[in-house]
Design a protein around this ligand. Sequence first.
Ligand SMILES: [Zn+2]
Length: 348
Amino acid sequence: MKSYLLMTLLSGLVLSVPVLAAEPSVSIAFVGDIMLDETPGKVIRSGRDPFAPFATILKSADIRIGNLECVVATKGTAKPDKPYAFRAHPRTLPILKRHFDAVALANNHSGDFGPVAFAEMLGLLERQGIPYFGGGRDLAQAHTPLIIERNGLRIALLGYNEFFPRSFEADTDKPGIAWSEDEQVRLDIGLARSRYRADLVIPVMHWGWEHEPIAGQRQRQLARLMIAAGADAVVGGHPHVIQDVEQYQGKPIIYSLGNFVFDGFTDPDNTTGWLLRMELDRQGVRGWRTVPARIDREGTPHPELQSGGLCWERGQEEATACTVLGLKQLDQNNVAGSDRNQGLMKRP
Ligand SMILES: [Zn+2]
């Protein structure tokens, strides 16, 4: 790489033309629901790491993001009216820190043990050095974008839930999550660019009906609204299955990544999730691909490199099946850093 730069520099000097800086590029990986209570919690307690089979693929991205579908706390009381209430032990956080650069908190489980446990989680995440978005100590913080800067690109992440209960929402004096009212979402996306000087804005949604393989009308309407307001991509989850994908004004919408670390499901639709990897530049998403994950009985995901994912590059009308070779390359130990990963988006 250095010698290539040197040659470019020398040829620039010889020809007396200005050397153009390489277009900055950043790779970002998103995964769906991460639930660290129940069996995944026991796996961690026993000294194992449920993310281990995906460690190389996660590590090959510049930025790794997941949806934390539980509260991590010791305090609080389970909501009596909820059929499932998830609270993970703080011992899970070093494992999360090992594999992720930030987590989304806007979902229908982060408030399962009430605002006291939610606030405790914010403190624990901060102490562990895990940034978060879509939640905060009050309403304003919940709607504040998380800015991650890599290779000179400022990427704003916003998170919203719109699956009940709405009682998890933050208020002016109450910790909680962000809810996606259309007007507020428009405002947040605008501010991410104007006030927080983001080059790219990616909202992460928690939405849709469980077990539905096709996104609903509300999801489509909101995704389009977000892109019209300036979002570069919309990434979603919650339905416990993967859903269809589309693009609007050339910007990708990945409606649901499905489960990632989650036990208690046996149906193949529920035990299949996606890791989504996007290549970003200043113009937005240059390409993306999904890596299928097969989730075992303990809730641990394993990369499915034979079954192929979906691949898309800027300019393509529709996503197409990825080559198996391309998926395997992502899992090779020597893949690291965005320079070498650029070629992975290309199909032969
Ligand atoms: Zn959910």
